[in-house]
Design a binder for this molecule. Structure first.
Ligand code: M6R
Length: 654
């Protein structure tokens, strides 16, 4: 997830400087302060590098570097009245100065910022082998493709409208397409919107792109599976990943739809879809700036719970090989090593540990490999293992958890290979491990991990297919079924989110209880542990999660009519046996809230939340219900949900 912004004003009105923000003005017309402020407002979407491109007549100036926006070395003043900006959350390429956006073409006249993942960038880059690339990003193909496209259009225009130009065609002035500059292109009167349409037609994956070009007072944008919203002002217009970026300047917005391409000028905004101009409704948002940052939700946690379908699409994007029943995770771990790996040891803390527990069952069942999962602070590389044939997988959202890093280092010292499964490109775990698998969930601000748990399990499911296929223990048919479930996951999660009101009502009904128990079996027990952790950390109430078979070995003594039992009754969670345990608590008067795809359970449940059919991923979908339950209980109790007492997002001490 990255943040992008674009701005075009009608010119500088020095007299009007006071209307920069608070009084609702659209600034004095200078682009730089608006872009810089917008990026600060978008920083929650990513903060590992930042940059802006400013257009002043025929000059395009780019300022970009690794680090947070406040570290960006910007001029004190700049006369440009249009430009684009970007704050990055790395997916392809480390957070370096070169990989920071905007990216430019060979001439340096076209600047592009992008949010999303361009899945076919390798192929496109190979096609552009006579272009000079300066970064490792997927994004950089876009300015170079546009350079080609504009040159070809300019040639066609000067050829009197002939179609079919290619890069080797010679223009009337004797230049080839590769020599053609964008400044030349102005003369040809080429339409930038049409050129952008042609370029984005060639991209697969997800993108929100904004393009600006030397000599043009316009920003052209395109959207596919990544958010973009236009801001309609009086003397200036805006575009951004979300309203937060410009809500201080205008509340009149146009939400773009997938497939839209739009032109933003000082005079207005025009939207096209399928090559035709279309009307998109202008809406007025009534959020304050802070609420806008949370997308209108009361808390980041709730926003992040609702972001899960999009986050999971990013996790999966470009990684599934549908035909071969396989995955492409761009891992460097040698295939021969994975084929013979003797044991996988997962080390992690808190929610990441629960993701590891979920993954263990998948790896054992689908890849037929021995797996241990250990709380990182308890880890020692066990004797009796051959380090050279052991893979240690450190699961860590932040990539900075001290306990997990320490476990990973112990494993590396013993001679084991290490893999970091993390959300954070460039984190210590990613840098120190032999290899990294990114979960691509985007920044998570709420201390309680929500979308990152779902993305961790999803990434580890892909890894399961990777290992199983390399070991020869997983057939392409069986892998195909798991991959089909993964493809269905974002939609199934959305179904649970659509039942959010119901879960709020359930939480309100059961808010004042003595304690809460969370039970399930197999994959359901990992989710039970996670459900209990969520409730404890944000609602400050007593909650325990464990395998439901353990109830009768002790905890049943605590079960009363004031201890709700939340249970996972789905595929992958042994619903038949779990139901026997449900009957044990039900007969002792405990209210039972079931997240269920198991019809036989209905008569024993006080509340039934249906879980859509999704094979072994059903418990992961049930977890979304548990997140919403925890959130609404905590909200009823008036807790500090995003910053629960005594806790920190990233725990960097052992
Ligand atoms: O960044 P990490 O995944 O390594 O963090 C591990 C735990 O500190 C973290 O999952 C913690 O348990 C969450 N706040 C729980 O919601």
């Amino acid at each position: 997830m990255c943040g992008i912004i674009g701005y075009v004003s009608s010119g500088i009105d020095a007299e009007n400087e006071s209307t920069t923000a608070a009084d609702g003005g659209t600034g004095d017309g200078r682009a730089l302060p608006v872009l810089a402020e917008g990026l600060r407002n978008l920083e929650y979407r990513g903060y590992d590098s930042a940059g802006v491109a400013l257009v002043e007549d025929d000059d395009l100036s780019v300022f970009k570097q690794a680090g947070v926006i406040d570290d960006l070395d910007l001029p004190d003043d700049h006369p440009a009245t249009s430009g684009v900006g970007h704050t990055r959350w790395s997916t392809h390429g480390k957070p370096t100065d070169a990989n920071a956006h905007p990216h430019t073409d060979c001439s340096g006249d076209i600047a592009v910022v992008h949010n999303g993942i361009i899945e076919n960038y390798d192929d496109l880059r190979a096609e552009l082998d006579d272009h000079e690339f300066t970064s490792e990003t997927d994004t950089e193909v876009v300015p170079h493709l546009l350079e080609e496209e504009l040159a070809a259009r300019r040639r066609r225009a000067s050829d009197g409208g002939q179609v079919g130009a290619n890069a080797d065609d010679v223009t009337p002035d004797g230049a080839t397409a590769d020599d053609a500059t964008v400044a030349d292109d102005q003369i040809g009167g080429v339409d930038l919107v049409e050129a952008v349409e042609a370029v984005v037609d060639r991209l697969s994956g997800s993108y929100a792109v904004a393009v600006t070009i030397a000599g043009r007072e316009e920003v052209v944008v395109a959207r596919q599976d990544s958010p973009l919203v236009l801001g309609v002002g009086e003397d200036a217009n805006f575009v951004a990943s979300d309203v937060t970026a410009f809500v201080e300047h205008t509340r009149d917005v146009v939400y773009l739809e997938d497939g839209d391409v739009a032109r933003v000028t000082a005079g207005g905004v025009d939207v096209r879809s399928d090559g035709e101009y279309v009307e998109r409704e202008t809406k007025t948002v009534d959020w304050e700036a802070e609420a806008a940052e949370k997308g209108g939700y009361d808390h980041y946690m709730l926003k992040e719970i609702h972001e899960q379908p999009g986050a999971l699409r990013q996790t999966l994007s470009g990684r599934i090989d549908e035909v071969g029943g396989d995955v492409d995770l761009e891992l460097d771990l040698p295939e021969s090593f994975l084929a013979n790996v003797d044991e996988i040891q997962v080390v992690a803390c808190g929610t990441s540990y629960h993701a590891g527990l979920y993954a263990r069952r998948l790896l054992e069942s689908f890849a037929d490999v021995r797996v241990t999962v250990e709380v990182a602070s308890e880890y020692e590389f066990q004797g009796g293992r051959d380090p050279w044939e052991t893979l240690v997988v450190a699961v860590t959202q932040s990539g900075e958890t001290a306990d997990t890093l320490s476990a990973m280092r112990k494993a590396a010292k013993a001679g084991a290979r290490t893999l970091a499964v993390t959300n954070t490109v460039g984190s210590t775990a990613a840098r120190e491990a032999d290899d990294a698998l990114y979960i691509r969930a985007g920044p998570e601000i709420g201390v309680a991990a929500t979308k990152t748990f779902a993305a961790q399990v999803t990434a580890l499911s892909l890894f399961t297919v990777h290992v199983g296929r390399r070991r020869g223990t997983l057939t392409s048919e069986r892998a195909g079924r798991l991959l089909e479930n993964l493809r269905g996951l974002p939609g199934a999660v959305q179904q649970l989110l659509d039942a959010s009101d119901r879960l709020e009502a359930v939480a309100t009904e059961y808010v004042d209880e003595d304690a809460y128990f969370f039970v399930g079996r197999q994959l359901g027990s990992a989710v039970a542990l996670e459900g209990a952790l969520k409730l404890k950390e944000i609602a400050y109430v007593h909650a325990e999660g464990f395998p439901s078979g353990e109830l009768k070995h002790g905890t049943l003594a605590l079960v009363t009519e004031n201890t709700p039992v939340l249970t996972v009754l789905t595929e992958g969670a042994r619903p038949g046996e779990t139901l026997n345990n449900v009957k044990e608590v039900e007969s002792r008067g405990a209210p039972v809230i079931g997240f269920s795809s198991y019809d036989a359970a209905a008569n024993y449940l006080d509340v039934e939340i249906p879980i859509p059919d999704l094979g072994v991923l059903e418990p992961l979908v049930a977890n979304v219900g548990l997140q919403l339950f925890a959130y609404h209980v905590a909200n009823e109790l008036g807790r500090a949900i995003d910053k629960p007492r005594n806790l920190a997002k990233s725990v960097t001490v052992e």
